[in-house]
Design a protein. Structure first.
Length: 486
């Protein structure tokens, strides 16, 4: 098996910092991040026992495309997810394995999409999933609609002329496909992907049929513009100064669709707000991508937990009981997340006959708690570093003739050399205070959806039958006693 080479100069239209990117591979932010994406493919050669599986046809495929039929197979996928996430310390949330987790089971759920006079949507998504797996494509997803005016429905905005970029909508229909216009926001790693999977969150109303879509298209499709947000990189400095900011970037982007033609065979939902709302949860995408996402989040939490411990040791704080208690809290949080992810695999269930599906309640609990646990780790990293974190000079200053020895002397301690102190504190700042770290914090807090709705959804679906039975027993006995008193 040969490692895939990604050619991004394929006619795609990418904009960054107000200019059209003429050579994507020449831009350092794309180069650096693409190296991490390539690791997904390289790991298949380096560790085939973890990152590949063999189907009945004798062909090998990425483990991330494996349709799980047991808790053991789900655990095998989790191991692959974990190793992929380690390449970015859990900081890249939408590497190829994310959508692959959903692609792996789409054919088993395709029947819910049905067919009509235009096309067979179930057949379309089955063929597309096979195409993605056979070619091991990198799929980015475009899910969120621009928040133009959240007090109005998308349909009312369109009809009133408020905005025709409030989402992706059908502007026209042809015998061979549809014309789509509009926009999508926060499309992570989109400039580096092979194709986009475009759909909606389950928030459409009966007024929004024109937006009731799900479809796929290559990034180089005519009329597709990818406009990248401001990069977090600080390339005037070295990795010693910004060890994460200058290593890679998630490269969120705004996707604009200007009268884009989508052939029927790439359309999965058309002109139906109800099927659009059902697409994400009922296609299996939600639960299986959530499994990948929480494994990735666990890796990220372990990274910042370890950083907090390394910082506490390096600054001589671990002899204080308060610090020991705080570190114990972080490691307890980590273990709770690890246990919940593993429990989601062990307590899964079968859907559509033989698709072994992780326990979504456990994954939602992780999604709810991980945001707070991650934030707690960042607060402690900042607290442990104290004033030290904001006064570190650049790496260049440490080696100047005029100030180098002075700085080395003042920054050296019995616990850390000046160089190690600089590197550790710069990493702490990159994670907590720099734009890179703040973007990561915001992402972790919001990427899984509104935290309020996550909690509400968990409560509404929790199985408390044992607890209810016990409460009923206690109250029943108390009621009997009350009746005896009458």
């Amino acid at each position: 098996m040969t490692t895939k080479t990604m050619n991004l100069n394929d006619g795609r239209e990418v904009w960054m910092n107000g200019e059209k990117v003429t050579d994507i591979h020449a831009e350092r932010v794309f180069q650096d991040t693409l190296k991490i994406i390539h690791r997904y493919y390289e790991l298949q050669e380096e560790k085939p026992e973890t990152h590949l599986y063999t189907e009945k046809n004798g062909k090998n495929y990425s483990t991330t495309f494996l349709t799980p039929h047991s808790s053991e197979e789900l655990a095998k996928k989790a191991k692959a997810y974990r190793e992929i996430a380690k390449e970015s310390y859990g900081m890249l949330g939408r590497t190829p394995d994310f959508i692959n987790a959903g692609v792996a089971i789409l054919p088993n759920y395709a029947h819910v999409l049905g067919k009509d006079e235009h096309t067979n949507y179930a057949e379309n998504i089955t063929n597309w999933a096979k195409h993605v797996k056979e070619n091991d494509l990198f799929i980015s997803h475009a899910l969120q609609n621009p928040q133009v005016d959240r007090s109005q429905t998308l349909g009312s905005l369109l009809k009133s002329g408020g905005s025709d970029y409030a989402g992706a909508w059908v502007k026209g229909e042809r015998p061979d496909g549809i014309i789509v216009h509009g926009a999508k926001m926060v499309n992570t790693l989109a400039p580096l992907a092979d194709e986009l999977l475009i759909f909606n969150t389950p928030t459409l109303t009966p007024e929004d049929d024109a937006f009731g879509l799900a479809f796929a298209l290559p990034l180089n499709t005519k009329g597709v513009k990818t406009i990248v947000r401001k990069p977090n990189s600080k390339y005037d400095y070295s990795l010693a100064d910004y060890p994460l900011s200058n290593a890679f970037d998630e490269i969120d982007a705004f996707i604009v669709l200007e009268d884009v033609f989508v052939p029927w065979e790439k359309v999965f939902v058309y002109n139906s707000w109800e099927k659009s709302n059902a697409f994400f949860p009922e296609s299996g995408l939600f639960v299986h991508t959530a499994h990948q996402d929480e494994v990735r989040g666990l890796v990220k939490l372990e990274f910042v937990t370890s950083l907090a411990l390394r910082l506490a040791k390096g600054l001589g704080l671990t002899n204080f009981l308060r610090t020991q208690e705080q570190l114990g809290r972080l490691t307890s949080n980590l273990e709770l997340i690890r246990g919940s992810v593993e429990y989601s695999q062990l307590s899964g269930h079968f859907e559509n006959g033989d698709v072994y599906t992780p326990n979504m309640q456990s994954l939602l609990a992780v999604r709810d708690s991980l945001t707070e646990f991650y934030d707690e780790a960042l607060r402690l990293i900042a607290e442990f570093a104290g004033g030290s974190i904001v006064g570190i000079p650049s790496a260049k200053d440490l080696f100047t003739k005029e100030n180098g020895e002075l700085l080395k002397s003042s920054l050296t301690s019995p616990l850390l050399s000046a160089e190690e102190r600089l590197l550790l504190l710069n990493l702490a700042w990159d994670v907590t205070g720099e734009s890179f770290g703040q973007r990561q914090r915001t992402y972790e807090f919001l990427h899984g959806g509104n935290p309020m709705w996550i909690k509400i959804g968990h409560w509404e679906n929790e199985d408390l039958s044992l607890g209810e039975e016990m409460v009923d027993t206690v109250l029943s006995r108390a009621r009997e006693s009350l009746n005896e008193e009458k």
